[in-house]
Write a protein that binds this ligand. Sequence first.
Ligand SMILES: Cc1cc2nc3c(=O)[nH]c(=O)nc-3n(C[C@H](O)[C@H](O)[C@H](O)COP(=O)(O)O)c2cc1C
Length: 310
Amino acid sequence: MSVHSLFGSSLRLPIIAAPMFLVSNLELVQACCHAGIVGSFPAANARTLEDLREWLTQMQAFQKTHPNAAPYAVNIILLDKMNDRKEEELALAEEFKVPVLITSVGDPTEAVQRAHAWGGKVIHDVVSIRHAQKAAAAKVDGLILVTGGAGGHTGALNPFAFVSQIREFWDGLLIVGGSISNGQTVRALEVLGADMAYIGTRFIATTESMASEDYKTILIDSAAADVVLSPIFSGVPANYLKASIVRAGLDPNHYTAEDVKIKNIKAWKDVWSAGHGVGSIHDIVPTAELVDRIEQEYRQAVAKAPFFDA
Ligand SMILES: Cc1cc2nc3c(=O)[nH]c(=O)nc-3n(C[C@H](O)[C@H](O)[C@H](O)COP(=O)(O)O)c2cc1C
């Protein structure tokens, strides 16, 4: 399935602004859709189901008043033990006919059947070949490969290896996330054989995101070497900004799960996540300006069409 057949002609660039817990708010999602890229939020960012209904009501109204905007996506965690309101979230997505579901962790079969019945699409994020094969068997509309160096719960695979191996059995829509911060890397993914970029961290440093000013400042002051991988805060390996670990009162080189428990430090809220792409993020900008900039970089990269001895 091509990018346009899935997301429509309103898409200006092959980019999804990835869902981020405690970061993606409606302001950011709408700014992305308005700028011509897919905006998304985790259903969990709406703290109650009533809040989620309100967010979806607002997105529906936004779509009506902005018929040329790109579609939006809602991220739902499918594993029951990680999301005790999965059923209710899916029911609300169904009621509001959410155009795109981004499903994570768990079997997407039921979500695919239900979304297809209301005309929605399902793209599923994976960190391994085995999970990609399972998602392909569930007939998802697209696979999102979360590669090594990504913000949030990162994958470990190198993007060259991951994309090449997936392309041996999957000729459908392929979306790749992990450290993508500019138009050159979006273009690089296409050359590699992917269709779209999945960008999280770069959108934290926008005026619209609901990350705190301290978070945004630490992010733009950090480079790749200031990002540390740890399973301790959330139970699963995730990338964090070292300075946020210090800010939370820990020695970033020596801390244990016990220290984290005693100090009651919460992942995402007290220690902040970012991918290796932070090194090339130097400013906090409005989303519209950021998307303009990425488009310019992308077009320049496309125009270069390099040949090694040209
Ligand atoms: C602060 C933060 C929160 C995130 N929260 C979620 C989430 O709730 N659900 C999800 O599927 N992915 C989440 N992610 C992962 C992103 O959706 C995406 O895979 C990742 O940001 C891509 O890599 P990049 O940050 O290097 O661009 C989060 C990432 C970050 C940085």
